[in-house]
Design a protein around this ligand. Structure first.
Ligand SMILES: [Zn+2]
Length: 247
């Protein structure tokens, strides 16, 4: 599977970015078809083999898009293997939709806002704000893309497994654990190779999407504090899916 993390383009996490990341919504419920799908937005898995690292110094949109495609391919190979092991057939998500404007894509009749990334269960797609995601990619580093995609993809897996917790935070922390497992297992199987600093990027990226400490854990939309999210991500990363209570 994949992509090798290479670039190390870390910078200070601007307050603006952190604020934006905190708004990560991850709609898990009620969704419909997107109102508008950009032609050519469908990025099917390219199933790349192990590859050498790309240039370390660039942070181009093209590189970002390649990382998204790589992360999707890695996630789909990973989940296909997990499903196969348990005798089930894996069905990949329908598509990944980058968007640029509020309302360009909607989910269950709800327009997707800027500065967000979601998995939309009714339409079975992942959508993300391009400008927001590229900004995070530039500030946190390329590992963030693999985490983000892994987290959203985990929501698609939850739907396939029929997992539906009472509280959003349970669903979200499990998705963080699953994102950690897909990455950790992929590194252990050498499908992914980490560059120096990538683990720190995971830590920084996951922490950046933590809830405001004042957010009640039972609130609709609660994802978990930076500490909770980091803890669950690394439990999955180090201990694989058995840490994630998939049943
Ligand atoms: Zn989520």
């Amino acid at each position: 599977m994949g992509a090798r993390f290479g670039r190390d383009a870390r910078g200070p996490l601007a307050g603006l970015l952190v604020a934006a990341l905190v708004s990560l919504a991850c709609a898990g419920g009620g969704l419909a078809e997107p109102e508008a799908e950009r032609p050519g937005a469908n990025q099917s898995a390219a199933s790349p083999g192990p590859r050498t690292t790309r240039a370390d110094s660039t942070t181009s949109v093209a590189e970002f898009e390649q990382d998204v495609a790589d992360a999707q391919a890695v996630a789909e190979r990973y989940w296909a293997a997990q499903f196969k092991e348990s005798g089930q057939r894996f069905r990949p998500i329908r598509r990944i939709i980058p968007y640029q404007r509020e309302g360009e894509v909607s989910c269950g009749g709800q327009a997707l806002p800027r500065n967000n990334a979601v998995y939309c269960s009714q339409g079975d797609f992942i959508a993300y704000d391009v400008a927001w995601s590229v900004a995070a990619f530039r500030q946190v580093g390329d590992a963030f893309v693999f985490y983000l995609l892994g987290h959203e993809y985990a929501h698609a897996i939850q739907v396939r497994l029929g997992i539906n917790y009472s509280f959003t935070i349970q669903q979200e922390l499990q998705a963080d654990c699953m994102a950690g497992a897909y990455l950790g297992d992929s590194v252990r199987s050498e499908a992914l190779t980490l560059a120096e600093g990538d683990l720190d990027e995971f830590r920084e990226g996951v922490a950046a999407v933590g809830d405001d400490p004042d957010q009640p854990w039972f609130a609709e939309g609660a994802h978990g504090t930076a500490e909770q999210r980091t803890d669950m991500f690394f439990r999955g990363y180090e201990g694989s899916l058995k840490e994630c209570d998939l049943g």
